[in-house]
Structures are given as C-alpha cells and as structure tokens.
Design a protein around this ligand. Structure first.
Ligand code: F3S
Length: 105
C-alpha cells in the first residue's frame, strides 16, 4: 500500500484525490490519509503530490508509524473523492519539519 506522511500536513494540495481510481483518500483537518486496505497499489498518486508526501509503506516508514496513522484515521475521517481548494497559506509549510508534532489533528 501507499501511505501519506507528514509532508502533507498544512499543505494538502489534493492532486492525489483526482487521480485515485478507488477513492481511498480520507480527509482530516490538516492532512489526508490513504486507507491501506482499499489502496490497490497502482502508484498513480505518488508522482502527483508536489511535496512528495506519498510513499510506499515499504519505504521511509521503518517503525510503521505512518502506516498506523493512515490505517487509524482512514477509519475515522470522511472519504474525499473530489479535489477541493488547497489552503491559501500552504507554501509557508512546504519545507517545515516536525509538522506532525506541531499541527497534526
Ligand atoms: Fe497531501 Fe500531497 Fe495529496 S500534499 S493532499 S498527499 S497531493
């Protein structure tokens, strides 16, 4: 499966939503997650994200933290199937680190 990581937080470009063939993105206030049981591993969303927030769970998630977050919140948040306007101030957050600790909700 693919997962969304903290680069998405406060940026939320939502280009990923438009290309997902199985509508497996779920929307929280500050970020989106992928439902790992619904993702078919097609990979089309990965290059669409301008901040490289989407990765295969086999890469760059050694302790499984982000897989867990994606699994958990995909069950709690509503599905998003149509792209919305990204936040106006998204550019401010593009290069920020530690966004999970600061802003995740
Ligand atoms: Fe987030 Fe990237 Fe999608 S910033 S909303 S994962 S295009």
């Amino acid at each position: 499966t693919y997962i969304v990581k903290d680069e998405c937080i406060k940026c939320k470009f939502m280009d990923c939503v438009e290309v997902c063939p199985v509508d497996c993105f779920y929307e929280g206030e500050n970020m989106l997650v992928i439902h790992p049981d619904e993702c078919i591993d097609c990979g089309v969303c990965e290059p669409e994200c301008p901040v490289d927030a989407i990765v295969p769970d086999t890469e760059d998630d050694p302790d499984g933290k982000w897989l867990e977050i994606n699994s958990k919140y995909a069950e709690l948040w509503p599905v998003i199937t149509v792209k919305k306007e990204p936040p106006d101030d998204r550019e401010k957050y593009e290069d920020e680190t530690g966004k999970f600790e600061k802003y995740f909700s």
